[in-house]
Design a protein around this ligand. Structure first.
Ligand SMILES: Nc1ncnc2c1ncn2[C@@H]1O[C@H](COP(=O)(O)OP(=O)(O)O)[C@@H](O)[C@H]1O
Ligand SMILES: [Mg+2]
Length: 354
């Protein structure tokens, strides 16, 4: 590989998922009592994901594609059907209790709706004190606690801290509430943040501020961040690497600039077409890349997902093979960044043979 940028070393890996799979059993109806078939929602199938220190990895896909399930699996909030999760190289499976707390100290999650994740009857001070205490970082006396609370608010740019400490969630704006949620996550002094659509419920005008804050934290605290979004344009702006999910499977990945400017998988192209990005240069001109005109169709049922490539019923490039054989990852020719780029699509099969 002619990588022009230094490839990250394995020492940088904070959190990894290998072949991560989650099937939710479907409650059996009366009719199903007479069949042996056990139905399940195939929410996440065979996901590979690596989060590295000081890097943002975006996980992009439409609603229902399994993004939140991936985040909850990585946070150990769901038990997985199969696969492995490694924290600093060590395989971890926890179900609550002390081990779960130790895991949370390193891996924190930020949810979409900061109003729902903060308790309306408690102040900012209460939420942050609790986080610091749970993770043993409250200090030894009240002066130290006060200083630690101030530091958390300063870190999320809520200044002066005194103005916010005794406020209730309803006295804050959406952006300020999300900053408090981020401060609470930082109370654990984590190594990885899993941010599940952290700005999608916020006004457009304040989204950028919160994304810039996360970027600042990534740089200053060397955090590994998983940024989940349905907005691929924001992934280009904010993430170092972008992974695209469709119907529970990953279909494309690479550095964000390449994936958003030279999308390879027909689904990624569809996503980009439907998310206007004024800066996007229309360079989808490869001869085998017919115009990305695949506009129709609905995401498939995940109880009986399509065979082969899950996108084939909606894909204008679908070949006979696409409906029968699941495409592996094919490495794509390197574009400007010199970083690996792959797509799970039979269109790129010859590329793999090279
Ligand atoms: N607790 C659950 N029980 C059953 N099905 C679920 C559960 N959580 C999610 N699902 C299903 O899994 C699929 C993926 O959901 P989700 O991970 O929330 O997607 P996204 O975050 O991309 O919108 C959806 O079909 C959803 O209905
Ligand atoms: Mg979700």
């Amino acid at each position: 590989m002619t990588a022009t940028q230094a490839a990250p070393t394995t020492g940088d890996v904070v959190l990894e998922a290998e072949n991560l799979t989650k099937h939710f059993p479907v409650r059996r109806g009366l009719r199903d009592l007479f069949t042996r078939e056990r139905k399940a929602v195939h929410a996440v199938d065979d996901i590979q994901l690596t989060l590295r220190r000081g890097r943002v990895t975006a996980l992009v896909g439409e609603s229902g594609s399994g993004k939140s399930t991936v985040a909850r699996l990585m946070a150990q909030l769901y038990t997985r059907t199969s696969g492995d999760i490694r924290l600093h190289g060590e395989s971890v499976t926890v179900h609550g209790g002390r081990k779960f707390r130790a895991y949370c100290r390193q891996v924190q999650m930020i949810f979409q709706d900061p109003f729902a994740s903060l308790n309306p009857v408690h102040t900012v001070r209460y939420h942050l004190t609790r986080a610091l205490k749970i993770h043993g970082r409250a200090g030894t006396n009240s002066a130290e606690l006060e200083q630690n609370l101030r530091d958390l608010l300063l870190r999320v740019q809520l200044t002066p801290p005194e103005r916010y400490l005794d406020k209730f969630p309803h006295e804050l704006s959406g952006g300020q509430r999300q900053r408090v949620s981020i401060a609470r996550a930082l109370g654990a002094d984590p190594k990885a943040l899993l941010a599940d659509e952290p700005v999608s419920m916020l006004d457009v005008s304040i989204r950028l501020g919160v994304l810039n804050l996360l970027r600042d934290l990534k740089e200053r605290l060397d955090l590994a961040i998983l940024y989940i979004t349905h907005d691929i344009a924001s992934a280009r702006y904010f993430a170092d690497e972008t992974l695209v999910m469709y119907a529970g499977r990953m279909v494309e990945g690479g550095d964000s600039e390449t994936v958003t400017q030279h999308p390879a998988h027909p689904y990624t192209r569809l996503l980009i077409e439907s998310a206007p990005d004024p800066d996007r240069l229309d360079r989808v001109g490869d001869p085998k890349d017919a115009p990305a005109d695949e506009g129709g169709g609905e995401p498939p049922s995940l109880i009986a997902p399509p065979t082969g490539c899950r996108f084939h019923p909606r894909c204008v490039h679908a070949m006979p093979k696409c409906s029968t054989e699941h495409p592996p990852r094919f490495e794509l020719p390197l574009v400007d960044s010199g970083q690996a780029h792959w797509a799970a699509c039979w269109l790129y099969e010859e590329g793999a043979a090279k």
